[in-house]
Structures are given as structure tokens and as C-alpha cells.
Design a protein around this ligand. Structure first.
Ligand code: HEC
Length: 482
């Protein structure tokens, strides 16, 4: 009963009725009293928007998973509703970000990384909402809302949630973050939300110019595609760890968001409203000074959250971990730092990764033989060894055989073999690791988006494409159940 009443009242407050059509101005105002009596928070939120209901603003759905409209209005209306921003620039922006022009990332890597952070924060804090950014245009990647389906589906019950647009990303292995993280049944999860700057937005606009017929050539160099120099991606990663008896000192004093996520990573498809804690921030910059040899054309960097830094602006508790622009393809030494990480072991032999140990930096496991990887990432890979494999359709797995399960006391026996080293080459920007398929130019979200789109479109058209039978697809997966 109450549910029905609320739905009708909510629609009425937005200027609509259940029978359709826009209500008159008088009707719009009428339900104020009723609403206030029944659901004060919801009523206030709605009545604050004098323009009323906004018709669907993008051709793409905003999110995939959310509590019911009634529950949102009654219980969570103090929380944001995620809106996808896809008003991409149609003309290539003229100016690259200042740091790309002014700071040499090889000479002053930390300065560069902090400048990327400041640029990504500028106008996007505290809500990480590009609609509120009055300084610069930032955008989202469309088509991350559905759960990938089929035999190769990953992650289970993924797809974005409706408070902050967080996409289900990866499980955490026990002890991955530190000695105090034993884990929970079904596993802790990592969820993330990425913003892209105007340069990236321009390329996405070309890809999605026709929202019903995306063009994968937009990110592939062979067709004149690829993200332009000055492209920046910035991604915040959140986790539901630690819970129960688990303790992680650097996760005290957390930056928390409310999110609608699965109870655990692997076993449950039931979504719950719960708090998640900021764990990591990743950035990726297309910088021509990183073009090979000795680089990929991309600079990747990461930050780890440390609540004990205790900055009043909690986003500034993100401590730089390191940066990489190449995979050090000639270095085949097979070592890993086992879980749990207790100290950050820097490998001084690497020429294309730099790590910034400091007293603020929580102990890091890093990646294979000390290459850069973040707290939520595998200790057997690196940012770029994985992102090399971003392509559509996905036919190269993200990690070499033996890279998972990760975290064990010994490095994988395959480490350093010719087959393994295929993932540690410096694949140039806009180039696919496998020439048969399109490069999504180091962006996995673009690869996931295209996979989602064509899966859904095939179903809608009730048909298949012959091209799908040419290649054996692989899941865009980072892990397997323990
Ligand atoms: C095991 C594979 C893997 C590793 C290692 C990895 N990533 Fe990713 N990354 C992904 C996948 C898959 C996505 C897309 C889904 C998502 O957002 O999580 C992604 C998304 C991203 C994005 C959003 C843009 C995009 O579309 O790709 C950024 C930025 C990023 N990663 C940076 C990093 C950085 C920096 C590191 C190292 C600290 C790193 N990644 C390590 C697999 C990986």
C-alpha cells in the first residue's frame, strides 16, 4: 500500500502522474503537504528542484543496479543519484594539461604524479561529480551499467551501482592489503569509478557518435584512432574491507561512500546498501614523451589511502606509490613480494618504474619483480602488463598463465619465460597486443563497454554475428575464486 502511494506521490512531485503526461503547475505544488508528512527527506530533495522532472539526458542508461525508487526516496534521499556525463566535446581540445607540457616525468616523477592528482581533483571534489565541475569538462565512459553475461562473464553480477556509478571490479585475496586482513566468506570486493578529461572525451565522442553503433576504430591507431596526447583518466577505488575482526591501520579514519554492492565478491548476487572505504587512486596519462622505445606512450600511476596522514581533506590522505611508463621488457628476474605486504621493497634495477617509499606510504606488495601495481592489484603483474591487453573483442587474457592465484610465498614458475614476457613488452599506444582485434588504447573500461553493448544488441536483434565465430573470446577477468 504505502509503496504505491509513494510512487504516485513522488511522480506527482516531479510533475508527472502515473497515467503519464506533465502535470500543471498547480498540480506540481499540490502534493507538498502530503509528502512532507510521509517522507520528509524525500520530499525536501524533490522540492528543491523547481524545474521538476528532467527527461532522460543521455542516450545511455546512467547505472545498472540500484535500490527501488521507493526505497531511495524514503531511506536514502540524502545520498546522490549517479548521472552519467557523456556530453563529449565534438572538437579536439586545443590545450593539453599544464603538467604534460611543463614537467618531465622521468626527471621529476613525483612532482608529475602530484600534478596529475591536483589536476584530477580540481573542480571534481568532494563529490567526484563532473556535473559540478565549473573548471573543466570531465566525463564518464558509457555502457558499464550491465552485468557482462555468458560463459565468460566477469565480474559476477557486475555493472555499475546507482549512488556513485561504482563498477564492480576485483576481489581482494586474503592478506593482500596487510597482515590484519584475513578476508570474509565469498571475499571482499573492490569497486571503482573513473572520470576522463576532455581529450579522452573527444575520442569517446567519436566512438559513440551514433549511440546505437559504436565505432571501435576510434581508439585504434591503424585507423587514425587513439586517445590524444594529454588524455587523463582518474579512477577512485573503494572496498568493503575491513570488516569484523579484520584491522588495517591505514584504513582507519576512512573516506566513506554509501554504495549498492553485492554482499561479497564471488558467492552472492544479493546487493546491499553499505559503506565502502577509499583504498586507492589510479591515473593514466597519454604522454608522447613516453612513446617507445623505453615506454608505451602511457604514464600510469597510483596512490594508496592512509587515514593516519590525517589530512582534513581526506582525499589528500592518498599517498603516492609510484609511476610507470614501460614494462622493462629486458628485465626477466622472477621475484614477487608475498602477501601480506610488511615492507615496500623497491627494485632499483627497473628503468621504467619508479616507486616513492615514504613514512606515510603503507607497506606495498607492488607488482612482478617490483614493477608498479596498487594495493588492490596482483603482485604478479603490473599496471601496464595488464593494460597492454585492452582490446575489442578481447582475445588476449589480461595476465599470463601462472599470474593467478597471486600472493603466494614463491613467484610463479612461469615468471620470466618467453611466453610470460609477452605481457611485459612495451606495446605502443593505440596498438593491439593481438593484431586481429581492435586496440581500445589501454582502456579496459572501453573494452568492457563495447563487449556489453554488442552482447545486449545481439540479444535485442535476436541474432549473432559471423565475426564472433572467428576468434576465441576470453573474459576480461582479473581473478578466480580462491
Ligand atoms: C590484472 C589486470 C589489471 C592491473 C594489474 C591493473 N589494471 Fe587498471 N584496469 C583493469 C580493468 C579490467 C579495468 C576496467 C574495469 C575497472 O574499472 O576496474 C581497469 C581500469 C583502469 C582505469 C580506468 C580506465 C580504463 O578504462 O582502463 C585506470 C586509470 C587504471 N585501470 C589504472 C591502473 C593502474 C594505475 C594500475 C596499476 C597501479 C592498474 N590499472 C593495474 C585491469 C588492471
Amino acid at each position: 500500500m504505502t509503496q504505491k502511494w509513494n510512487a504516485a506521490a513522488a511522480l506527482a512531485a516531479m510533475g508527472l502522474s502515473l497515467t503519464g503526461g506533465v502535470a500543471s503547475a498547480q498540480q506540481k505544488l499540490a502534493p507538498k503537504k502530503q509528502l512532507t508528512a510521509q517522507a520528509p527527506a524525500a520530499a525536501e530533495a524533490l522540492l528543491r528542484t523547481p524545474e521538476g522532472y528532467k527527461l532522460k539526458e543521455t542516450p545511455f542508461p546512467d547505472f545498472g543496479y540500484m535500490v527501488s525508487t521507493q526505497d531511495y526516496l524514503n531511506k536514502y534521499s540524502d545520498q546522490p543519484i549517479f548521472r552519467l556525463k557523456t556530453d563529449f566535446p565534438t572538437v579536439k581540445p586545443k590545450k593539453q594539461p599544464d603538467f604534460v607540457q611543463k614537467i618531465d616525468f622521468r626527471k621529476n616523477p613525483k612532482e608529475y604524479l602530484l600534478a596529475v592528482r591536483d589536476y584530477s581533483f580540481d573542480g571534481n571534489l568532494p563529490d567526484w561529480d563532473p556535473f559540478k565541475n565549473t573548471k573543466r569538462g570531465w566525463y564518464h565512459i558509457p555502457w558499464l551499467h550491465p552485468s557482462t553475461e555468458g560463459p565468460n562473464a566477469y565480474p559476477p553480477n557486475g555493472g555499475t551501482e546507482g549512488f556513485h556509478g561504482l563498477i564492480k571490479e576485483a576481489p581482494l585475496s586474503p592478506l593482500q592489503l596487510g597482515p590484519g586482513q584475513k578476508g570474509k566468506d565469498g571475499g571482499y570486493s573492490v569497486y571503482a569509478i573513473t572520470l576522463v578529461n576532455d581529450m579522452a572525451g573527444y575520442t569517446l565522442g567519436r566512438m559513440w557518435a551514433d549511440p546505437n553503433n559504436p565505432d571501435p576504430r576510434a581508439t585504434d591507431r591503424r585507423y587514425g584512432g587513439g586517445f590524444p596526447p594529454g588524455t587523463v583518466f582518474a579512477k577512485l577505488l573503494f572496498t568493503d574491507a575491513p570488516q569484523g575482526d579484520d584491522q588495517l591501520p591505514f584504513m582507519q579514519n576512512p573516506l566513506q561512500w554509501t554504495a549498492y554492492i553485492t554482499e561479497n565478491f564471488w558467492k552472492s548476487s544479493k546487493r546491499i546498501v553499505t559503506k565502502v572505504n577509499l583504498l586507492q587512486m589510479d591515473i593514466a596519462v597519454r604522454d608522447t614523451r613516453a612513446d617507445g622505445p623505453g615506454g608505451t606512450g602511457w604514464v600510469f600511476g597510483t596512490f594508496a589511502y592512509n587515514g593516519q596522514v590525517n589530512n582534513p581533506n581526506k582525499f589528500l590522505n592518498l599517498v603516492p606509490v609510484g609511476m610507470m611508463w614501460g614494462n622493462d621488457p629486458d628485465n626477466k628476474v622472477n621475484t614477487t613480494n608475498p602477501f601480506p605486504p610488511t615492507e615496500t621493497k623497491v627494485n632499483p634495477d627497473l628503468k621504467e618504474t619508479v616507486i616513492f617509499p615514504s613514512k606515510e606510504l603503507p607497506p606495498q606488495h607492488l607488482g612482478w619483480n617490483g614493477r608498479l601495481n596498487g594495493p588492490a592489484d596482483l603482485n604478479t603483474t603490473s599496471c601496464l602488463s595488464c593494460h597492454n591487453a585492452a582490446q575489442y573483442p578481447a582475445v588476449s587474457s589480461l595476465v599470463p598463465d601462472g599470474a593467478v592465484p597471486d600472493g603466494g610465498p614463491k613467484p610463479p614458475p612461469q615468471g620470466g619465460t618467453a611466453e610470460w614476457m609477452k605481457w611485459f613488452q612495451n606495446v605502443p599506444a593505440g596498438t593491439s597486443m593481438d593484431q586481429r582485434v581492435y586496440s581500445t588504447d589501454f582502456s579496459f573500461q572501453v573494452a568492457i563497454a563495447l563487449t556489453n553493448f554488442f552482447t545486449v544488441k545481439g540479444k535485442e536483434l535476436q541474432g549473432n554475428w559471423a565475426s564472433d565465430y572467428q576468434l576465441a573470446p576470453v573474459p576480461i577477468t582479473r581473478g578466480f575464486p580462491d
